[in-house]
Design a protein around this ligand. Structure first.
Ligand code: UD1
Ligand code: MG
Length: 453
């Protein structure tokens, strides 16, 4: 997206928290929503507004977070918060990267991943319009447990935020809470952080204490409302599940608005990057992992699991199909029940309709893969080999194709074959023991068995 926005701002994204309430070895912001880590959602939402600088704050050993951030956006700066002394301390850790910067600093929390670009833009617009020192997003969740309460005698201006852990029972009754997104005037932020004192209750340095400071300095803090489902903070696994519900609803609506029919939308799960064309029909119980593109007029039948795959126009997938990474399905191709494809290109109009594993293969146009065909692509040690099947070839049922191997165009492989040598174009290959019929041998065999017992 080109930078056509009027707002000039830099952003700090906090991701250094231990995430204790997740009870996980994984940093909180690495937990996934719609297949992508929370931190990736936040980075994507803000990237559309082209911030001048993006600083992500992580804890010393969070290499996995650093890697994810770098992979997604090469120009992000990483700041290290040595000890997790609270959100105010975390923002302070980022300020070195913003030395000399004047303008708006937008602080986002890595555990608030549902926030949209439009809402961030609204906040920045309101911030500039009201010429305030601080602006923040407020919401009214039921119950407001865990969130910082907004004390406002003249709404929408905030005098202070009381953290839930520090609130009196009366303050806990306040319905308005801070949603984890705040914009500051850089100079005010810098000065405020330098004066920040720890909470007497928890010993943490709260970013939210800066509102109090602004009020004392007769500067205003503006509250801009946001829907709870967009700004919910994720501190626990059950909140993660709540957020997943919300994001899946968004993605289902997006697919349907784009012209796809979802017969039972609530049973279809998308990844953040799933791309679905027009007049696509998705039957109940279909799951999309990352990296899937589906062209127009495709039908995806029930109980299919699809990731890292491109599906061309008019193809029919499933029921019970599994498409794994590196799969390319050609136009009008068919993949039927209990068929698994990996690193495989299935040509235009090709068919693999029943009970097959096809891995590391190139299947030509209009080829037919019989039931129970297996590509033996792995040597059992470390290497994978390729199978090539020419256009119009027919692979009989229960064939094992021992890779590396190729079957030529228009060739026929007899059922039950174990193919270890290449088959030329238009040849017929049979690779199985010849059948022997022994008359009356059955009864003789039974008699012999009886004698033994
Ligand atoms: C915080 C707010 C609360 C607000 C809520 C919105 C404070 C003090 N409280 O509470 O007012 O209603 O978010 O969701 O800000 N982090 C660090 N370093 C730290 C501590 C936290 O980087 O030392 C990061 C975390 O990774 C997380 C974010 O800051 O991404 C928020 O921390 P968290 O502990 O989740 O704060 P909440 O209790 O949710
Ligand atoms: Mg939180």
């Amino acid at each position: 997206m080109k930078n056509e926005y009027k707002h000039k701002f830099s952003t700090i994204i906090l991701a250094a928290g231990a995430g204790t309430r997740m009870r996980s070895a994984l940093p909180k912001v690495m937990h996934k929503l719609a297949g992508e880590p929370m931190i990736a959602h936040v980075l994507a939402s803000v990237a559309h507004l082209a911030p001048q600088q993006t600083v992500v704050v992580v804890a010393p050993k969070m290499d996995v977070v650093k890697e994810t951030v770098r992979k997604q956006s090469g120009d992000c700066q990483i700041a290290i918060q040595e000890k997790q002394l609270g959100t105010g301390n975390a923002v302070a850790a980022a300020m070195d990267e913003l030395k000399g910067y004047e303008g708006i600093v937008l602080v986002l929390y890595g555990d608030t991943p549902m926030i949209t670009t439009q809402t961030i833009e609204t906040l920045l617009t309101e911030h500039a319009k009201h010429k305030v020192a601080i602006s923040l997003l407020g919401m009214q969740p039921h119950p407001p447990t865990g969130y910082g309460r907004l004390v406002m005698s003249v709404p929408p201006f905030v005098e202070r935020i009381v953290e839930c852990k520090d609130a009196t029972s009366e303050e806990k009754e306040i319905a308005d809470v801070w949603a984890g997104v705040m914009a500051f005037d850089a100079e005010f932020l810098r000065n405020g952080l330098a004066k920040l004192q720890p909470s007497k209750v928890t010993g943490e340095y709260y970013l939210t204490s800066l509102i109090d400071m602004a009020t004392q300095a007769k500067l205003r803090t503006l509250m801009v409302p946001v829907a709870v489902e967009e700004a919910m903070g994720i501190n626990s696994r059950s909140q993660l599940a709540d957020a997943e519900k919300v994001i899946q609803t968004r993605l289902r609506i997006q697919a349907m608005d784009g012209g796809a029919t979802l017969i039972d939308p609530e049973s279809v799960y998308f990844a953040l990057d799933t791309q679905i064309g027009r007049d696509v029909t998705i039957h109940p119980q279909v799951v999309f992992g990352a990296g899937v593109t589906v062209a127009d007029d495709v039908e995806i039948r029930s109980f299919s699991h699809i990731e890292g795959a491109t599906i061309a126009k008019g193809a029919v997938i499933g029921p019970f199909a599994r498409l794994r990474s590196g799969t390319q399905i050609g136009e009008m191709a068919h993949v039927g029940n209990f068929v698994e494809l990996k690193q495989t290109k299935l040509g235009k109009g090709a068919k693999a309709n029943h009970l097959s594993y096809i891995g590391d293969a190139d299947v030509g146009d209009a080829a037919n893969i019989g039931a129970g065909t297996i590509t033996c692509n792995y040597d059992g040690v470390a290497n994978k080999y390729k199978t090539t099947i020419g256009a119009g070839a027919s692979i009989g049922s229960n064939t094992s194709l021992v890779a590396p191997v190729s079957v030529g165009e228009g060739a026929i492989v007899g059922a039950g074959s174990v193919i270890t040598d290449d088959v030329e174009d238009d040849a017929m290959a049979l690779a199985r023991a010849r059948q022997v019929n022994m008359p009356e041998k059955a009864s003789a065999f039974r008699k012999q068995r009886k004698k033994i017992s």
